[in-house]
Design a protein around this ligand. Sequence first.
Ligand code: PEP
Ligand code: MN
Length: 337
Amino acid sequence: MIIVLDKKYSEKSLERIKQVVESSGYNLNITEGNDKIALMVIGSPVNIDKSLFMAIDGVETVIPVSGKTGLTGKTDYDHKSIVTLKNNVMIGRGFTMIAGPCSVETEKQMDEVSYFLNTQGVKILRGGAFKPRTSPYSFQGLEEAGLKLLKKYAEKYNMAIITEAVDEVSLDLVSDYADIIQIGARNMYNYSLLKKSSKKPNPILLKRGMSASTDDLLSSAEYLLAGGNNNVILCERGIRGATGIKDTYVLDFNGVDELQTKTHLPVIIDPSHAAKYKNRVFRLAKAAAAYGSDGMMIELHPDPQSALSDGAQSLNFDMFEKLMKSIAILNGLNDGH
Ligand code: PEP
Ligand code: MN
């Protein structure tokens, strides 16, 4: 366990921490960083209640570092992974925006969307070619023809591609085209797909299942790392809660914080699939920017009314442009807490 203290701590706080640690039979090892102090509790103090420390003035966070956290767990308080794509696009350093339509549909749609995103400085293009739809009667995606369109326009506008693999067959195809393979919420528990994905050279974005705990998500990510793929990004996309609104999810900000505390992997937020309607996506995205994370993934469409999937939650270009301006301001205001 590592207790991270703000450098402006008082001696009284440090004394109180020592008291709690020593009365539980452990010792402290103190390391001074530039603006933070890390207090390493020696031993395996899984039995000390984190909230005993969180109540003390100056304590910023408590990181559970022990043999049990596996490959996804932090080994130090500032342990943080960065996923680097072609053209030096990075996820995990600063804020990264990923955007694009829910589904790849036509040449015109992909040309318009990628041209527009390029003008907005977005460097990672999303678009589904294999769609995991709730209804078997809904549009299921263009499959390889969709991957070809994605590649054509990502290359034209110098963007990296993220697209979803829904099973082991699509995984091989997606791996040939994508810079990042997306494993969706419905497949977070698909351990055979995770094992197979762990052997691919592509980075992987793993979305949290809609009924999964953050620890379940970390266990699934552990499969990817254990299989040898260290380039993993986690994504909070909303979980089922008591909103009482059909097909709407609760974006779990506490879960984002929990993940940021426990793992060195980058964590991004998808407000589109949580909020369901564009006005709510817009507001939730601003809240997410204020909250702080490694990035966001947003759905947009040149003509949301004609979208073959998720049109109601797709932003139009005007809204997206407005959102990018708000996010830039909110990111500037973010003080790291
Ligand atoms: C998506 O990103 O297109 C998608 C289907 O998301 P999720 O897996 O979170 O539902
Ligand atoms: Mn979608």
